[in-house]
Design a protein around this ligand. Structure first.
Ligand code: ADP
Length: 165
């Protein structure tokens, strides 16, 4: 039996915090589907869902079929079930993440009890990384090297330049 997990998020863009969580998940699951959520009606993201998917694919090219990336909108538990996944992976950084995650997990369990949510904790050196903060620092001209996969850094810097007034 292949154990498949879905790792959902906005991944705008993927950071080394996300990469850490995906690598840890690969120790527990056979396959991880990184699911880029997008809301066509309300989107303030820097990258389109296609660009976000592409950056994840580039980052995990060497893992072959064990890591795939896909965009989805709609109910996460339905998406997970359609993909044959038995688990949802989420990353926890600090207590601040807990309340929201706890609520979402309970709702997802109510909707589809067969799908279990599993939490992973990244290495300490990745605790403070979030896509939102990385974008904010990059747009103010701060150094974000080492916080993102090598292939993603130039794309983020270019996008930060394009967005400058
Ligand atoms: P972000 O908060 O960086 O915009 P996403 O919405 O894409 O992230 O998050 C997807 C999942 O990855 C969430 O469960 C989030 O808590 C987790 N995550 C993001 N960054 C980290 C990190 N540095 N360490 C642990 N988990 C993380």
């Amino acid at each position: 039996m292949t154990r498949t997990a879905v790792y959902p998020g906005s991944f705008d863009p993927i950071t080394n915090g996300h990469v850490d969580i995906i690598r840890r998940s690969l120790q527990v699951f056979d396959r991880v589907i990184v699911a880029v959520s997008f809301n066509p009606h309300k989107d303030s993201s820097w990258f389109s869902s296609d660009e976000r998917v592409e950056m994840i694919r580039e980052t995990f090219r060497a893992e072959g079929e064990r890591v795939s990336a896909d965009a989805f909108s709609g109910l996460l538990v339905d998406y997970a079930a359609a993909k044959g996944a038995t688990a949802i992976v989420r990353g926890l950084r600090a207590v601040a993440d807990f309340e929201y995650e706890f609520q979402m997990t309970s709702m997802n369990r109510h909707l589809r009890p067969q799908v279990e949510t599993v939490f992973m904790v990244a290495a300490e050196s990745h605790f403070y990384i979030s896509s939102r903060l990385v974008k904010e620092v990059a747009s103010l001209g701060g150094n974000v090297a080492g916080l993102l996969p090598d292939q993603v850094l130039p794309r983020l810097l270019a996008r930060a330049r394009d967005r400058r007034p």
